[in-house]
Design a protein around this ligand. Sequence first.
Ligand code: CDP
Length: 223
Amino acid sequence: MNSNKVIAIDGYASTGKSTLAKMLSIHYNLTFIDSGALYRAVTHFALEGGFLKDNYFDQVALESALKNLTLKFESDKRFLFLNGENISNKIRLPRVSDHVSSIAALPIVRKFLLHQQRQMVNENGLVMDGRDIGTIVFPNADHKFFFTARPEVRARRRYEELMNQGHEITFDEVLSNLIHRDKIDTGRDIAPLLKANDALEIDTSKVTIDEVFDCLVEKIDSK
Ligand code: CDP
């Protein structure tokens, strides 16, 4: 059913993109790729390699080290491996969230990951979520959605998620990180966070996950 379907979900941080993308991937039997995980992985790599510290960044060293970086989703795309190590939990740490948008604004990093993302689509299609999927990665995607939500709602959701995972963080820290990332993501020169002209905008502030899911399926099936 539904062969060759590419579904792009873009939007602001913590609007429910990955949750919905995962649900759609199961419903339509498509591969799901969380492109943000790839940007988080490169950021983790830069921090671990010592190329990136709070007040220090060696872009030349990172650029050269990228040649030795292999990223692979395994086990039904649930886990992300960096040079053979499962880094799926580490990339969610606040330290990575603090730096990821600066790393994602670098042309060399975007070029490196753009190539990898385009190679991930198979003959069935895929569901990918991120910031530039409908505009740059798959501009010809069959279905495009753009998620927004009020910052406080997004921060509450992410705060609860992080608390459940045992992270030590305050609500205000989560909120300021989301606002900080949105600002860098929308303002960067290359592939900024932007609604594609042909994307359907969905505000997830006041609706449940299941309501958003039903709306997306209805749109996809009616096209
Ligand atoms: O926290 P959330 O799940 O909303 O973000 P994410 O999807 O994990 O993405 C983390 C960061 O990666 C974003 O804030 C962007 O800076 C960057 N990113 C990007 O630039 N382009 C993408 N296609 C996906 C993520």
